[in-house]
Design a protein around this ligand. Structure first.
Ligand code: NAD
Length: 454
């Protein structure tokens, strides 16, 4: 565990002398007929329709929990990549994922790491999948970008807007490919709904409703007996789990999966879902690179001093350019789960497994007929495959880093407003600044626990 052994490649091209010439680019040159070593077996080159091992995108998985496991299962099904490393600060979860990968490939090629810095230091890893709790996203993603890894990173982009800005900068400066785990964009119903709106089929959009869940996913019942501070279990490096966040006593009820209900580590249901449903709302209105002008949020919080502190229900009102109003609500009976756009000539509502609209026949189309598609949105039918395709082509994915940033800003601002008892915040979307409010502006970032730095 935690060693630095590299996966042995059947065909390892010499390392490029120029830092600008990557292994993949070298392979591109090699496969164009130049400089191939003699006696390379055809299976290695991938003749006969197979992906050559030497041409596969090598991946490391950081975070082996709920979503890390799900993403890994998806990548294991794709021939263009090979998972060669995994990392988690919980030895049990790490061992389980390493076992899954090695069983799938029928070998021992996947190595496990406790410390993500060791995994990122491997120069035979092309790309990483990051599915750690939100409070860790910034540190790990920035470090990965600096190590020239392409990144499949989970939503929300990060715990604060300042952390998100740092990720966007690192990814763009290092010219990395980024895919966000906002996979709804790769599902036909969401694509169709967004295209209906973008093509003006509901007229001019006036209002958007984004409906999110309430409460804590039944954590109170599941953790009845795990609410008191104890020593961390031996398999867990709790110091590395809490990382850049304030050191809180270990309580099992706020660890795996349920870190979401504490603002020290997550952002409640609001930040858990805004990267999905507000992401879709933005897509339909062409707001991928802009944002609200004004935000006001109200939340209902649990009594102080409990195990969790995130709002249990909330309602945020936002004013957008073009006179569009948006409501993002959690646990509000008036607002249906998912995304609903209401225009001057009709409406569309989409959620997982749900599509409805003011015109019956929209429901019957898998995708809109060609004549309705003057505006064609980016289409991906498999979110993980789209990432691998873009790693190869160096073209943007369906959910690049700047999109993920803008999709979650409304949630971050709503949360700040909620924590300031419903204060109205004015937002300059171009400068990414809260206007005329020093107290709220300070909440765009949070202190990091040493030695971690933003
Ligand atoms: N796209 C989606 O549909 C979707 C669904 C669920 C979760 N998520 C996102 O995925 C991320 C993980 O959520 P989850 O539900 O899988 O949480 P989880 O608690 O089940 O898993 C997180 C894992 O990360 C590990 N971890 C913590 N710090 C680490 C570190 N420094 N290095 C390596 N591993 C570390 C934990 O030990 C844990 O195993 C979150 O950002 C969440 O918002 C996305």
């Amino acid at each position: 565990m935690g060693d630095m052994n590299h996966f042995r490649r059947p065909f390892s091209p010499p390392r490029a002398s120029s830092p600008g010439l990557s292994r993949r680019r070298f392979l591109g040159v090699a496969s164009a007929g130049l400089a191939l070593p003699a006696l390379v077996p055809s299976s290695v080159l991938g003749l006969g329709g197979q992906v050559a091992p030497s041409n596969r995108i090598t991946m490391g998985m950081i975070g082996c929990g709920t979503m890390g496991g799900g993403n890994t299962d998806s990548f294991l099904k794709l021939a263009e990549c090979r998972v060669i490393a995994a990392c988690d600060v919980d030895k049990n979860r790490l061992n389980k994922l390493v076992h899954t990968v090695n069983t799938a490939y029928k070998d021992e090629g996947c190595k496990g790491y406790r410390d993500f810095r060791q995994l990122l230091a491997r120069d035979d890893i092309d790309a990483v999948m990051i599915a750690v709790p939100d409070h860790w996203h910034e540190v790990i993603a920035v470090e990965a970008a600096r190590h020239k890894k392409d990144i499949y990173g989970e939503k929300p982009l990060a715990r604060t807007i300042a952390e998100q800005q740092a990720i966007v900068k690192a990814v763009e400066q290092n010219a990395r490919i980024w895919q966000t785990g906002s996979w709804q964009r790769s599902v036909a119903n969401f694509h169709k709904a967004a295209e209906i709106v973008r093509n003006g089929l509901i007229g001019t959009v006036k209002r958007i409703e984004v409906g999110l869940p309430r409460d804590y996913n039944d954590a109170e019942r599941r953790h009845r007996n795990h609410m008191m501070p104890t020593d961390p279990p031996p398999e867990l490096d709790y110091d590395l789990w809490i990382g850049p966040s304030r050191l809180m006593p270990y309580i099992q009820a706020r660890l795996h999966r349920d870190w979401r209900w504490n603002y020290n580590t997550g952002g409640g249901q609001l930040m858990d879902w805004v990267g999905h449903d507000c992401d879709i709302a933005h897509w339909g209105c062409d707001f991928d690179n802009s944002g609200p002008l004004e935000v006001q949020g109200h939340g209902v919080f649990p009594p102080k001093g409990g195990v969790w502190d995130a709002a249990k229900t909330f309602r945020i009102e936002l004013k957008y350019p073009r006179d569009i109003q948006m409501t993002i609500a959690g646990g509000d009976d008036e607002i249906k789960r998912g995304t609903k756009w209401i225009g001057t000539d009709g409406w569309v509502h989409v959620n997982r497994g749900v599509f409805e609209g003011s015109k019956e026949d929209w429901r019957d189309y898998l995708e809109l007929p060609e004549e309705m598609r003057k505006v064609k949105l980016y289409q991906s039918k498999n979110h993980h495959q789209n990432f691998l395709d873009c790693v190869k082509s160096r073209k943007p994915t369906i959910t690049p880093v700047a999109t993920a940033h803008h999709s979650t800003i409304p949630g971050h601002l709503g949360l700040i407003s909620m924590l300031l008892d419903g204060r109205v915040l004015k937002w300059d979307a171009a400068k990414e600044q809260i206007l005329d409010d020093d107290e709220a502006s300070k909440m765009l970032s949070r202190p990091f626990r040493a030695p971690w730095k933003l």
